[in-house]
Design a protein around this ligand. Structure first.
Ligand code: GLN
Length: 314
């Protein structure tokens, strides 16, 4: 069984290998300098077995794939009522860093930056000034949670974090806009600092596959057996990943791949088949939405060939 799946995953990688279009993210030098040829694929199935191919042990920054995790953590810490009053669940159809809110001046969803920054802010004391020790403590909580989902301790890419902090004018503008709307009720600089740190955590495709399978399992890590999030939170996260996870490419993704997913500008994609498996893909060349070109292609192949589309009625 294992060799059959391995043979199949290896073949998919070969099929997608030549697809070298797109461009690496270049808004910070650390991302611009990555090897554009990097390509990894991992799949974790419900018994916790991980099938690993290509550069599956290569570390890259999680970037926006952190958004569903911090949203899950904020839901667990603050409850649905508080989080839903602050952050919507409607697809925005806009770019990830769009300066956008709904008619109630809430970020439209937690998968775009506005909603993700607000979700991170909800992990901090809701006070106008927050000490750096408090941000450190909130970040320790974030690392602990992401690591429990991945089943191993994750670490920070200090250089990416320093660069994100040095250049993040757009994200700061979004945070301050949310303050002006009364939506963000903590120190915006502390919220942004926490957001930049979460984006700069390093993962591999093996990690993404295990994180995905943990969510697929309703919140129980299949390798450690530990419950790390509530079932209701897992269901909510899968729902917003389905409608909003691929930004303005979400409709095309759901139609063609049909799996809840989240991409990051580091080149990773996390895709999940609820109840069954988690998939992690890495390839840093991105399309115009900021989604990995070969990552999308690989997921399309997997979904079609293995019949993984969640609305598969065959
Ligand atoms: N750090 C990036 C940002 O906030 C993450 C964006 C992404 O992965 N799409 O702009």
């Amino acid at each position: 069984m294992i060799s059959l799946v391995d043979g199949y995953l290896g073949r998919i990688m070969l099929d997608c290998q030549a697809h070298l279009t797109g461009a690496v993210a270049d808004y910070i030098p650390e991302l611009a300098a990555v090897d554009p040829g990097g390509f990894g694929l991992s799949m974790c199935v419900h018994d916790g077995h991980v099938y690993s191919h290509g550069d599956s042990a290569a570390a890259f920054t999680i970037q926006s794939i952190s958004k569903p995790l911090t949203y899950a953590l904020a839901l667990g810490r603050r409850g649905f009522a508080t989080i839903d009053a602050a952050i919507g669940v409607e697809p925005s159809g806009e770019a990830f860093n769009e300066i956008s809110v709904d008619q109630r001046r809430r970020p439209k969803n937690p998968m775009i930056n506005a909603g993700a920054i607000l979700a991170a802010s909800m992990l901090l004391p809701q006070e106008p000034t927050v000490s750096s020790d408090t941000v450190d403590a909130a970040f320790a909580d974030v690392v602990e949670f992401y690591s429990a989902c991945a089943g191993r301790r994750l670490g920070l890419d200090e250089r990416v974090y320093a660069s994100e902090s040095a250049t993040g004018a757009r994200n700061r503008a979004i945070a301050y806009m949310l303050v002006s709307f009364g939506a963000l009720q903590t120190d915006p600089d502390a919220a942004i600092d926490l957001y930049f740190r979460q984006c700069s955590l390093q993962v591999t495709t093996d990690d993404l596959a295990v994180i995905g399978c943990t969510i697929a399992n309703g919140g129980v890590n299949p390798r450690t057996g530990r419950r790390v999030l509530d079932q209701a939170v897992a269901q909510r996260v899968l729902s917003v990943m389905t409608t909003c996870g691929m930004y303005d490419g979400a409709g095309d993704w759901v139609t063609r791949v049909g799996l809840p997913a989240k991409s990051g500008v580091g080149g990773g994609i996390l895709a999940i088949l609820p109840g069954q498996l988690g998939i992690g893909v890495y390839s840093p060349l991105l399309d115009e939405h900021g989604n990995s070109v070969r990552g999308v292609d690989t997921c399309r192949h997997l979904s079609t060939d293995l019949g993984l589309h969640m609305f598969n009625v065959a």
